[in-house]
Write a protein of this length. Structure first.
Length: 304
């Protein structure tokens, strides 16, 4: 397709505005999905409105990034201070879309999968950071999508190379996963997750942290992880397979400890400091997806 053959920099310029719009929609998800009332969680037909005064937002005030700057970060109707999170999410989504053709072959299944995962991580990071919640309405569909994205190789395995990777360097990884050649140096990144690895990742992603939580609960008489964290690891396992999911779990735990331990020391608490673990999982996921093998080899070298 000629459109796919456009220069990468031009694809970035074309995709960035779509990313900004998706970032605006991401803000809607972040604000509405944690709401308790079903009507307040409606992200399809309910018009955008100010959380402070409930006034409908005019279309020209809803333009990503520019609307917030024009309004100087305040609602035009009541002056309610619009959190800086709104333009930040829009900017992050715009950068994600712009960077996507540099990270994955544009127009392929792996490109779509990486883009979807990245957008979901942005939304879940901020829902957990602001509300300490990882909404089921987002995570359950992601579990199903993670498994469904493995169907092309089940239905047409002979066409998987082009459907999934578009050729190039990722074909080398596919050949490795099919046992046709030795592992490339960066084989920790698994672009072609089999349906078996996806289902195992889904089950282990939920089961391992649930077991760890039960052990912690037996010792400390309280939960160490929330149910939303289990579900987040489950869909990440469905997307990338069980091995990267375990890497995300342990790296996320390490990042959480790096933040949580100093907080407990400063507060002189009893070890019950609440942390949004989903935020650390969201930060760990891209590191493991792209650099998982290098991190693992580095760790093995460090421990001798």
């Amino acid at each position: 397709m000629p459109f796919i053959d456009l220069p990468t920099w031009l694809l970035s310029l074309l995709l960035a505005p779509f990313g900004l719009v998706m970032g605006s929609f991401g803000n809607v998800l972040i604000h509405r999905l944690p709401q308790e009332e079903p009507a307040d969680r409606n992200v399809v037909t309910k018009a955008s409105h100010c959380p402070g005064c409930k006034a409908k937002i005019k279309p020209w005030h809803n333009v990503p990034l520019l609307g917030w700057l024009w309004l100087r970060g305040r609602c035009a109707a009541c002056g309610w201070k619009i959190p800086v999170r709104y333009p930040l999410v829009e900017l992050l989504a715009g950068l994600l879309f712009a960077a996507s053709p540099w990270l994955f072959p544009f127009g392929t299944l792996i490109w779509f999968k990486g883009l979807l995962c990245g957008f979901a991580l942005i939304v879940l990071f901020f829902t957990d950071f602001t509300e300490m919640m990882l909404p089921d309405a987002l995570q359950f569909p992601l579990m199903a999508l993670g498994v469904l994205l493995t169907l092309p190789q089940v239905l047409r395995p002979e066409a998987l190379v082009q459907i999934w990777t578009g050729g190039g360097a990722l074909v080398q990884a596919l050949a490795f996963h099919n046992g046709l050649q030795p592992a490339p140096a960066w084989a920790g990144f698994e672009p072609a997750v089999t349906w078996q690895a996806s289902l195992i990742g889904l089950a282990v992603g939920y089961g391992v942290p649930a077991l760890m939580n039960q052990i912690y609960k037996a010792i400390r008489k309280t939960d160490g992880l929330g149910m939303g964290d289990f579900k987040m690891l489950a869909w990440l396992g469905a997307f990338w397979g069980w091995a990267p999911m375990l890497g995300i779990l342990f790296l996320g735990a390490g990042l959480g400890a790096a933040v949580g331990v100093p907080l407990m020391l400063m507060r002189k608490g009893d070890g019950q400091t609440m942390l949004p673990f989903g935020c650390f999982l969201a930060l760990a996921a891209p590191l493991v997806v792209f650099f998982g093998r290098a991190l693992w080899l580095g760790y093995l070298g460090w421990v001798g």
